[in-house]
Design a protein around this ligand. Sequence first.
Ligand SMILES: Nc1ncnc2c1ncn2[C@@H]1O[C@H](COP(=O)(O)OP(=O)(O)OP(=O)(O)O)[C@@H](O)[C@H]1O
Ligand SMILES: [Mg+2]
Length: 263
Amino acid sequence: MRDISVGYGPVRALRRVSLDLPEGTVVAVLGGNGAGKSTLLRAVSRTLSFQGGALTSGSVHFGGRRIDGLAADRVVAAGISQVPEGRQIFARMTVTDNLRAGALGATGSRAAKADALRRVHDLFPVLADRGAQRAGLLSGGEQQMLAVGRALMASPRLLLLDEPSLGLAPLMAARIADTIREINAQGTSVLLVEQNAALALRLATTAYVLDVGEVALSGPADELAASDEVRRRYLGVVDEDAAADATRGTGAPPTLRRWEADR
Ligand SMILES: Nc1ncnc2c1ncn2[C@@H]1O[C@H](COP(=O)(O)OP(=O)(O)OP(=O)(O)O)[C@@H](O)[C@H]1O
Ligand SMILES: [Mg+2]
C-alpha cells in the first residue's frame, strides 16, 4: 500500500501509510489502541465503507493488480480474506455453516472447497468434532479458531488477522500463534495486527509500528525485537542500565542504530 490516508467523517485515522508485504511472509502491524491498525486492514479488505470510513488518498496493489477500487467481495475473490476484530462469528449458526459461509464468494470449484474444509479440519480438529453445534457455544479460543478457519475457507493467498490473541489465555494465544506459523508455512501470506507485540514479533519477518495513524517505525522484526528503544517503548521491557543512565543524565539519548523513524 502506498500513501494511504483514511477518514471516518471528520476523524483522520490513517495518514500517508505505506506498507510492503513480500509474498509468502508474515508482516506485523503493532500499535496502541486507536493507532489505526484495524483501519489499515479495512483499507485492504475494502470494508471501510461498512464502518462509515473512506480512503482519501493512496493506492493498494495485490499481486500486481490494483485493488483499492474493488468491492469487498471482489477482494475475497482476488485472494484476500480477513479475520475481523472481535471474531464476528455467526453465533446461532452451526460451526460447519460458519465455515461454509467463508467459502461464499470464493472462486474455487466444489472440490477445491471440500479441500479447503479438510485443511481447516486438519488445522483445527475441534471444528470437525463440534461441527453440528451452534458456534456461540464454543469457548473464546475455539471461536477464534472458527474465525480463522472461516477465512481460510476461501483459500486466500493473503490472510488479514486482527488481534487473534485478544482475550485469550497465554496457552491458547500460543496455540493460535503456532497455527498462524503453520498456515504461513503452507503458503499463505499473513498481515497480522497485534497489541501483543512480543507474540507478533516472533511470527513476523517485518513489522510496522503505527502511532496515531502514521508509521512510526518499520523494519525486520528480529531487529525491532532486539532494539532497546523498541523494547522499552513497545514491549514494556525495562532496561535498568539505560534507566540509570537517564537519571544520571550521562547516557546518550536512546537512538536506533539501524532503525529509523520513517519521517
Ligand atoms: N467506525 C468508526 N467511526 C469513527 N471513527 C472510527 C471508526 N473506527 C475507528 N475510528 C477511529 O479511527 C482511529 C483508528 O481506529 P482503529 O480502530 O483503526 O484503531 P486500532 O489500532 O485498531 O485500535 P484498537 O487496538 O483499539 O483496536 C481511532 O481514532 C478511532 O476512534
Ligand atoms: Mg483494532
